[in-house]
Design a protein around this ligand. Structure first.
Ligand SMILES: [Zn+2]
Length: 258
């Protein structure tokens, strides 16, 4: 049977069985197998791969394997100029928009709090998530590798962390989102945009205590929910500055709930 030699770099090793990490290894293949298929058979979703070199030359995911190919697989480079190489996808999406799978509801709410357009459904099949991601050019967020292996998905992120706040931090770092945050502009419940609302127009809908204490209000343009800078606001502001401060990378975070 024909064989190729493979080596995965950096965090891509996390997807491999222990015995294959951080070293070159041989793998057999069938004549019609694409490189996408080979890499995903080893457990690495194509969305996590940025550059593939075969015998020193960059190739795309459809590359047909040849006996003796030496294959190097790299994740996204954060600080290296790789423009001479063929990237697997046409650069980052200009405005990052997301769709989170059913297990990442809290991360979805966090992203909305930061102003990112993020779809989330309690129940949505893999096929629907993949189709929405591709059709609406949304980055698919999931901890399900098999979901990311759908061919139609061009932009997806495997989320490594378990705790929602760390998941948010991981995503902000990976996609360099710090400067694109627009906190308090989107409804955390439904993803609608918030608009300022004159107190006189919503007064009747407010609880007495709120009417007496606050003067600034926002209303969700989709679900109508009303927001104000209540007692929770300071906590949310602290949460946001915590997760978006780059110098906190890798350090412990406060566990404030949102
Ligand atoms: Zn809403």
């Amino acid at each position: 049977m024909s064989q190729v030699s493979l080596r995965f770099y950096e965090e891509l090793n996390d997807f491999l069985p222990g015995s294959l990490r951080k070293r070159a290894f041989e793998k057999s293949f069938t004549p019609t197998q694409s490189i996408k298929h080979l890499i995903e058979n080893l457990g690495v979703p194509h969305t996590e791969v940025e550059i593939i070199l075969v015998n020193g030359r960059s190739v795309d995911l459809n590359h047909q394997l040849q006996e003796g190919d030496r294959i190097s697989v790299y994740p996204m480079f954060e600080s290296l100029d790789v423009t001479p190489l063929l990237r697997l996808r046409p650069g980052p999406l200009r405005t990052p928009r997301f769709i989170a799978d059913a297990h990442l509801g809290k991360l979805a709410r966090h992203l909305r709090l930061l102003g990112f357009d993020t779809l989330f459904f309690n129940q949505a099949g893999d096929r629907d998530l993949a189709a929405l991601s591709a059709g609406e050019r949304r980055i698919l967020l999931t901890r399900d590798r098999a979901l990311l292996m759908h061919r139609v998905i061009t932009h997806g992120c495997f989320i490594h962390a378990i705790e929602p706040q760390l998941q948010l931090r991981e995503l902000i770092q990976r996609l360099d989102l710090q400067r694109q945050c627009k906190p308090f502009t989107r409804c955390m419940a439904c993803n609608g945009r918030l608009q300022t609302a004159g107190k006189n127009r919503i007064e009747e809908e407010l609880p007495n205590r709120v009417r007496q204490t606050y003067n600034e209000f926002w209303r969700c343009s989709d679900c109508g929910r009303i927001y104000w800078k209540g007692g929770h606001y300071r906590q949310l502001r602290d949460f946001i500055s915590n997760v978006t401060r780059p110098e906190l990378a890798g350090s412990g975070l406060t566990q404030s709930e949102v």
